[in-house]
Design a protein around this ligand. Structure first.
Ligand code: T4K
Length: 397
């Protein structure tokens, strides 16, 4: 069970659960954005006819080429998922001891460190960006620290320049979990070009998906060569030169990725129009604010993140999410309760470190469905429901 699956408390509003549901079918956060099914089936047929299914096949090579060209980065190494991508990056950078990482992230970021025998040092985030707070990072650097792992949460870039300066001053590796940030920019440059390496996720729930998949990008050719070996059992031609793993992307995933790349403008346009629709409906609801980030940057807008003020709205975030679930709107509580409060990190003492901003965000934020499976009409219905919910909750108070 993931931390997000922890049971939600029951709420005492019969109006929210007693009637027929707002949606007959569940409306999910993370419903995949998909290319046309016939187009995909045709691509799969070609792969089957070619009888080359994995191990650096032609679709994987083409996918890597197109991703690198789109991001303007020298190297793209496609992998089986971002978690493996993070692990081989940690190994390729030769990290050990302790690495500073936000607690406010999906557990995969932190587990990737733990799998490599590294102690995660949890750092608080900035309340406005939800990303690593550079001043807090610097305070946590100790003799065992070898690296900083930032996360571009919701596709919003970390404070890259201050973090780069801190890493340079303390001679630490700096790399990024860019799982949410494909097709997003920082100061006009595409994410994928920063730090020693950046790791994308192409999981089904991500803006651009390959079913399962990911990629590591880097402008360091030597690091790229090592990452390619580590992804493929440590093999260099037929010689084993590193302790590698099997982190290869297969041809079907790469074909899905290529199809997603062809349709990405459509996906982005839908995410942006859904975001605008949510902004319209949430504007008039007291206690709910849509989390917004700089509009001067390119953004995939894959996450609709809402901040709940329980006093103004009339109920807590958890009560609200329960009420939405009862209506078949499967809102998520990313990233409750914070990695420092889950095992094994909690028992190792991480929960005793106060991470005030992280804990506040963990109690206040939730995510609503978007993507190509969600229409403006769906969003308006969710908005009407939320209006009724707050009116009743405030009346009952
Ligand atoms: N770093 C960060 C910051 C991440 O957010 C993630 C993953 C990673 C690293 C690791 O990347 P990968 O190793 O996965 O490439 C989901 C995803 O499984 C996970 O990939 C993602 N982040 C995370 C934010 O969301 P859960 O536990 O919420 O998954 P689940 O099964 O509850 O699915 C989420 C929603 O999506 C559900 O409401 C159902 C819907 N869904 C899901 C799938 C798989 C669909 O409608 N169709 C589908 O095919 O973690």
């Amino acid at each position: 069970m993931s931390s997000q699956d922890a049971p939600l408390p029951p709420i005492g509003l019969p109006e929210a659960t007693g009637r027929s549901r707002l949606f007959a079918e569940p409306l999910h956060v993370g419903r995949p954005n998909l290319a046309d099914a016939n187009e995909l089936l045709n691509d799969f047929r070609v792969i089957l006819e070619r009888r080359w299914l994995t191990n650096n096949g032609p679709c994987v090579k083409e996918f890597e080429h197109q991703v690198a060209a789109h991001l303007g980065v020298r190297n793209c190494i496609a992998v089986s998922n971002a978690t493996i991508g993070l692990q081989i990056t940690i190994a390729a950078l030769g990290l050990s001891g302790e690495v500073i990482v936000p607690s406010f992230t999906f557990p995969a970021t932190v587990h990737a460190l733990a799998w490599q025998g590294i102690r995660p040092i949890f750092c608080d985030v900035d309340l406005s960006t939800h990303n690593l707070a550079p001043a807090s990072v610097e305070r946590l650097i100790g003799p065992q620290t070898t690296g900083i792992l930032g996360v571009h949460l919701w596709g919003n870039a970390c404070a890259i320049e201050p973090l780069t300066e801190i890493a340079r001053r303390h001679r630490l590796a700096l790399f990024f979990d860019a799982a949410h940030a494909f097709d997003c920019s920082h100061r006009g440059r595409m994410i994928g070009n920063f730090g020693s390496a950046e790791v994308f996720s192409f999981h089904a729930t991500k803006f651009l998906n390959t079913g399962e998949g990911g990629a590591v990008t880097t402008n360091d050719d030597e690091l790229a060569a090592k990452l390619r070996r580590l992804r493929n059992f440590g093999l260099e031609d037929d010689q084993v030169v590193d302790v590698g793993i099997n982190g290869k992307m297969n041809e079907f995933s790469a074909a899905m990725g290529l199809a997603s790349l062809r349709h990405r403008e459509l996906f982005i346009a839908r995410n942006h129009s859904n975001f605008a629709a949510y902004r319209d409906v949430l504007r008039s609801i007291p206690g709910l604010s849509l989390v917004e980030h700089p509009t001067t940057e390119r953004r995939n807008q894959q996450y609709i993140v809402v901040d709940v003020d329980r006093h103004q709205f009339g109920m807590s975030r958890d009560e609200l999410v329960t009420a939405l679930h009862a209506q078949n709107v499967i809102a998520k509580r990313y990233f409750f309760p914070g990695c420092h409060r889950v095992e094994p990190y909690k028992s190792a003492g991480a929960a005793s470190t106060p991470l005030t901003n992280t804990e506040a965000l963990c109690e206040r934020l939730f995510q609503l469905p978007t993507g190509t499976a969600v229409s403006r009409n769906d969003i308006e219905r969710i908005g009407e429901f939320l209006k009724t919910l707050t009116a009743r909750a405030r009346h009952a108070a």
